[in-house]
Design a protein around this ligand. Sequence first.
Ligand SMILES: [Zn+2]
Ligand SMILES: [Zn+2]
Ligand SMILES: [Zn+2]
Ligand SMILES: [Zn+2]
Length: 356
Amino acid sequence: MDRDSSSDAHGRHRCAACFRQFNKMEHLVEHMRVARHSAHEPRCHVCHKHCRSFEALRDHLGVGGSSLPKAATCADAFAARGCAICLRVFPGGGAAAAHRAECRLSRTPPSSARLLRQPQPQRGGALALGCKMVGAGSDGTLDVCARVCVVDEGENLLLDTYVKPLIAVTHYRYETTGIRPEHLRGGSNCVSVKAAQQRVQDMLLNGEQPWKVRSSRGRARLLVGHGLDHDLAALAMDYPAYLKRDTATYPPLMKTSRLSNSLKFLTHTYLGYDIQTGHQHPYEDCVAAMRLYLRMRDQKHLPRRAGADDDADAPQQQATADQAFPAWRQRELERMTPEELLRLSTPDYRCWCLDE
Ligand SMILES: [Zn+2]
Ligand SMILES: [Zn+2]
Ligand SMILES: [Zn+2]
Ligand SMILES: [Zn+2]
C-alpha cells in the first residue's frame, strides 16, 4: 500500500493546516477533532501555514514582536514584500509599498463626522456602538454610561448624546472622558438611560419586533463594538448574540492566550493609527471597531462549500460542527489524507467574511 503523499520519509503525518507532525494517523485525527482548523483561519502568505489568530501569525512572521520569528524564511520574504498591518505578502516590493500606503488608515477627528439625523431605514448594514463611562460608587470604580455614540458603515454619526446617569457620579474621569458635571445635567443633548436605550434599540431593530429578532434577523442590523456586553449592560439592553460582532471576543483578533486585546492595541496594530489619547470621544471607538469589523468581513477566504454556510444569519449555526469527526468514522478518517481531513473540518466560530 502506498503511503499517502503527506507522510514524510519517517512515516509521520503532517497536519495540512498548522503543519504539526504526528507519528500515528490516529493522533492526527484526534488533533483535527479538537483543532477546528478551517479556511477561515489567518494564514501565512508565504508557506500557507494556518494560525489561530493574527497575533500567532505575527509571531510566525516576526512582525513587531519582541521574539524572533518562528519561521525565518517566511520572515525574510515578509520583510521584503509584506504589509505589517494586514499581514499580506505581495509579488514585489513596489506593489507592497503601494499597498502599505493605503492599508494604514488615519484617525478621523470627531469634528469631521457627519451627523445624520435620520438613518436611512431601508439600508441595512452594521452599526457600531460606543459608550463612555464615568465612575460611580464610593471609590468611583463602578462604570456608568455617560455618553453614547452610534455610527454606520460609512462612519456617519447616527447618535451622539450624553446620558444622565441614574446614580450619583463620583468620578467624572475628566482626563480621559472630557465629561464635566454640566454635560450630564439634562438639556438638549443629554437624555435618560431609558431614552438612549430606546434610540439605540430602534436603530438596531430597524423596524423588526424584538421577539422576532431572537430567531430570525429580518431587517435588524448587526451590532459592532468592542466589549459590547459591557456597553449594552450600561444601557440596560439586550441584543441577540448571533447579531453581535465584538472585536474584543472575535477569535482571530484575540491574544494567543485567548484573552481580549484592547481596542487601542487593535487599532494601532491592524489599522495603523492611535486612538484614546487625551479626551476620548466614543465616535473614535465606534469608527475603530467598525473599521476592524469591515476589514475582517472583507477578507477573501476560500470559496464556501455549497450549503455549508447557507442561512448563516440564523442563530445556532455552529452547534453541529463537532459532528465532522465522529468516533464511529474513526477507521475511515484514518485512511484519509491530511488535506481531506482539513476539508471536513469546521471552525468553532462564525467567520465575519460570511456576513453580507
Ligand atoms: Zn493542525
Ligand atoms: Zn472567513
Ligand atoms: Zn510561513
Ligand atoms: Zn496591508
